[in-house]
Write a protein that binds this ligand. Sequence first.
Ligand code: MN3
Length: 218
Amino acid sequence: MPHTLPKLPWDIAALEPNYLKSTMEFHYGKHHNTYVTKLNAALEGTGHENVAIEGLLTGLKTKDFPADKRQAVINHGGGHYNHTLFWNILGPNSTEEPFGELAEQINKDFGSFTEFKEKFATNATNLFGSGWTWLTVKKDGSLQIENTANQDNCLMDSDRKPIMVLDVWEHAYYLEHQNLRPNFITTFWKMVNWKQVAEYYALAKLGKTIINLDVVTA
Ligand code: MN3
């Protein structure tokens, strides 16, 4: 089983009361874990079993890949990658605001951090059904906010690198907020680890891998 559930970067109860331990137990322990299991099953016999997750997903929608397995790898590989990035950009000691070069670029591309948050929240609120809202980086360092449906992500069909993401599947917030997605978005800002997002921004500008996970080979 080459892909494995990565360890959380913080204790499973560390985001309480903003994000409940009980939510994390099923969101990470069940949902994320199931994506990893199903990804390994989908990859069996494709010859892509031992490719690390970011390389596996990059260009996946258009690259040479067994056609009968592609959608399953988009769904479960995306589920694995997207949740890993999501856990990594959250944390218990949020500064609640970006700083340094990333903050300057946010001001340049969106006007201010307040305007950025409004645009991000509007995108996340208006995403119909299940999906993810992203902050991505182009090769020139500029930033975009974009949505993807289901477990898709921008690596699969673009050259933009994801550096921050919000899960807006209902399973991500139902225990805390029931159907009230906007309340989850408000809480999300209290949990973002801007230090980590800044590190991802620096990597993205250099064209480097954002999510490095070991693939366990037999
Ligand atoms: Mn989820």
